[in-house]
Design a binder for this molecule. Structure first.
Ligand SMILES: [Zn+2]
Length: 88
């Protein structure tokens, strides 16, 4: 079982969270007409063996979106911070 340290609620089981996808992907600007950029944003993902940045939402708690650093080999959580702060 994973334990995620929510910056608002403290440590919680991962059952309280919902996985939200790869946090390392950069969304193209709204009016970007480059089909290839949108294709990569929507469909193409890395499958890393090692450290990975992911979005998680604390759906059974504060409902905030977090950026979580998780090692895909052993599920070790290296950090969890507010997605707002991570974006800034
Ligand atoms: Zn929370």
């Amino acid at each position: 079982m994973l334990r995620i340290e929510c910056p608002y609620c403290g440590p919680r089981d991962h059952d309280e969270f919902r996985y939200g996808g790869d946090a390392s992907v950069i969304r193209p600007v709204h009016d970007d007409a480059d089909f290839e950029a949108w294709y990569r944003y929507v469909f193409v993902r890395e499958n890393p063996a090692g450290p990975h940045r992911e979005y998680w939402q604390h759906v059974m708690g504060c409902r905030q979106w977090l950026v979580v650093g998780r090692d895909t080999r052993n599920h070790e959580i290296s950090f969890a911070r507010s997605a707002r702060e991570a974006r800034a």
